[in-house]
Design a protein around this ligand. Sequence first.
Ligand SMILES: Cc1cc2nc3c(=O)[nH]c(=O)nc-3n(C[C@H](O)[C@H](O)[C@H](O)COP(=O)(O)OP(=O)(O)OC[C@H]3O[C@@H](n4cnc5c(N)ncnc54)[C@H](O)[C@@H]3O)c2cc1C
Length: 443
Amino acid sequence: MSEFPWDITVIGGGLAGCEATWQLASRGYRVRLVEMRPLVQTPAHATANLAEVVCSNSFGGEGGAAGILKAELEMGGSLILECAHASRVPAGGALAVDRGRFSELVSVRVESHPNVELAREEATELPDGRAVIATGPLTSPALAGSLQARLGQCLFFFDAVAPIVTQESIDPEKTYAGGRYGHDTDYLNCPMNKEEYLAFHATLVSAERVMSHGFEEAYFESCMPVEVLAARGVDTLRFGPMRPVGLPDPRTGREPYAAVQLRRDNREGTLYNLVGFQTGLKWGEQARILRMIPGLENAEVARFGVTHRNIYVNAPVVLDGFLRLKESPHLFLAGQITGVEGYMESTAMGLAAGIYAAMTLSGSPLPPWPRETAIGSLLNYLRSAETDSGKTFQPMNANLGVFPPLSRKIKDKKQKARETHARAVMATQGFFREMGGQGLALG
Ligand SMILES: Cc1cc2nc3c(=O)[nH]c(=O)nc-3n(C[C@H](O)[C@H](O)[C@H](O)COP(=O)(O)OP(=O)(O)OC[C@H]3O[C@@H](n4cnc5c(N)ncnc54)[C@H](O)[C@@H]3O)c2cc1C
């Protein structure tokens, strides 16, 4: 029996916090869930409901990596997914929800659970006892300050991130490998002649941007969206992120007029990000403009660029493989603050943190999540993403590029997704089976 009437505190009643609470409470642990709304609001939330979705009402499609993640969440008995299905609205192949009904349902389920005590208050400091921190990208400044002081290093605040494309969709005939002045080989270069550059620039400056949310602060100079730089002058990009100096094309021996550099984004080399191409353009515009870059005509976008204020930790440096702070292993992190991006991804990090926290409370050893699964692949990304010495770690969503390659190469995308899905389901079943009593209601 703990000295408190509860076994663990969960801070933040968003998607991840509610999922973590559910996983803990349904295993018999008494949870104190701390949510600051409506006493203190974030710049994006508008209600007092738990699990309020702040922007789109879509939880993504049923195919590809998003579908795999949902299948795993379902096998894990996810409350968030269950309530999403119960409040579903028609949206083609996507799982979209009636946002009011969805968050009311989650609120009722969580608040009426006999093992949950809901406290409406702002946590201003990290707790001393066992806790799951799930305060999201809009964590209140006081708690963010406490977390930053504990970690001894900055949390990331980003206003814009660059798109990521899959390696297999890059045209090898039109690109060439090599870093500036031949320093390394981790880059691919997309060369442009003058005509291509001018057309690209003209399209970029006239492309539609996502409307400002009103609460966004000024961009950091080092994180300036590419369309904002382009608007400063026709040559600004050629002297900035598209600088061709030191990048001679081996086929001509000459430097191109301009070049877009692509940098490996994961260990396996299945994903590449566009260096210096952070953007706040609408996603359709991004897709259109990316395809104007030589070598990216058929680019498959694994993650679009986004701009909004966000707080997340430098996961590869500060988290262990079980979402615990290395500095303070009694504290788990969950949700978007861990460095994942997206509603379902945040939920998944709530599910994993809740399960690992429950296992810790029961004294069980923590098994690594299988790498073949979407959840295991996201956890692997958080643990081991390439970070340029920890400086540029950026959030990731579920996409086929984060999974380990299949044992045989498959060209057909749908077939590849199906096999990756089947492998993930098998691995998840095995994982929960081995957990025995700690596992979930798999039937
Ligand atoms: C403006 C914006 C738009 C987004 N749009 C989308 C989108 O369209 N699609 C998508 O997939 N993802 C989107 N995301 C990203 C992400 O998926 C969501 O932010 C998601 O809700 C993250 O889940 P979470 O549980 O980590 O955080 P949240 O759902 O934000 O939950 C965190 C909770 O913690 C509470 N809290 C914060 N600080 C404290 C404190 N000190 N004490 C107590 N409680 C606290 C908050 O009130 C909140 O309820 C968006 C993010 C932002 C910021």
